[in-house]
Design a protein around this ligand. Structure first.
Ligand SMILES: C[S@@+](CC[C@H](N)C(=O)[O-])C[C@H]1O[C@@H](n2cnc3c(N)ncnc32)[C@H](O)[C@@H]1O
Length: 282
């Protein structure tokens, strides 16, 4: 992150401290279900495995892996090697422990995703999987896409599954005295810089954060993500938009057939999650 300007470096450092602080709350949470109540497979929609195909013999990298809740699934599905990477030292420490407890052979690397090329010193991967709450912490998507493209082998796949920018535009909860209809409250498109959040509560159940409550997010419209990936020399082979979410963001959400959540029939059908598959040309 050394060549970001001083203000951006300071925001990334604040995010790092915030993720270190959130980590023990997440480890103990029902949301992540690390006591065995949520399997790694719970965090994936069936279409993801259709798009990813057979992983046998693959070298897989999962940047911004947090506790490795999704990373574990690649090791379980026969990847030849599985590497998770995250800039939170606390998350990496916990992810290593969780993998060891589960008898899984996963390597966890402590690094900023912008420095992943150096941290992984010349290694190349068949699949890079990332998302579900990751891209909002990245100030510069073209730069991120260049780093990940450099880590792929020719023919390798980048698969991004991320909360839809429309989801981030809609208010998370109605304000006091309001109905439960969804209202646009936040930008969909980028261009207004970082959004500062100061929140004692993280998105899981559990106690309040005591310090490092401030974090910064950057909005990225879908076109911006697609163009960053194309600009990094990758060929986009699929873009999906889906109404599914792995947890109920609003009280009105109902269970979908796969056990995930969607808005009720009475609500407009809108995308809440998207997936993008891109290939590095051979
Ligand atoms: C919401 S998690 C995404 C992983 C997974 N989907 C999950 O929900 O557990 C976001 C992760 O991104 C990491 N992160 C944020 N900015 C990062 C950066 N610049 N470099 C590396 N990791 C970063 C955080 O530490 C956190 O573990």
């Amino acid at each position: 992150m050394t060549d970001f300007d001083a203000a951006t470096r300071s925001m990334i450092r604040a995010n790092q401290a915030n993720w270190d602080e959130r980590t023990p709350v997440h480890v103990a949470s029902e949301f992540y279900g690390l006591d065995g109540s949520r399997a790694a497979s719970d965090w994936f929609a069936p279409f993801e495995w259709d798009d990813l195909g057979d992983l046998t013999g693959f070298d897989v990298l999962h940047p911004q892996c947090h506790l490795g809740t999704e990373t574990r699934a690649f090791a379980e599905r026969g990847a030849r090697s599985t590497v998770g990477l995250d800039f939170s030292a606390e998350a990496i420490r916990q992810a290593r422990r969780i993998a060891a407890d589960g008898g899984l052979d996963i390597e966890y690397v402590h690094a900023d995703v912008h420095a992943a090329g150096d941290a992984l010193s010349g290694r190349r991967f068949d699949l890079i999987y990332t998302g579900k709450g990751s891209l909002c912490y990245l100030p510069d998507l073209p730069r991120w896409a260049d780093v990940l493209s450099g880590l792929l082998r020719p023919g390798g796949v980048l698969y991004v599954v991320e909360f839809h920018p429309l989801l981030n535009s809609l208010g998370p909860v109605p304000r006091p005295g309001e109905g439960d209809e969804l209202l646009l409250r936040n930008d969909y498109l980028s261009g207004r810089g970082a959004v500062e959040r100061d929140a004692r509560r993280t998105y899981t159940d559990g106690p309040e954060l005591r310090e490092a409550t401030v974090s910064y997010e950057w909005r990225h419209g879908l076109g911006e993500v697609v163009n960053a990936v194309i600009g990094a020399g990758l060929s986009v082979t699929k873009v999906r938009e889906t109404e599914l979410l792995p947890w109920p963001r609003w009280g009105s959400m109902v269970r979908a057939d796969n056990g995930w959540w969607r808005l009720p029939e009475s609500a407009p059908r809108i995308p809440l999650l998207y997936a993008l598959r891109a290939v590095k040309p051979s």
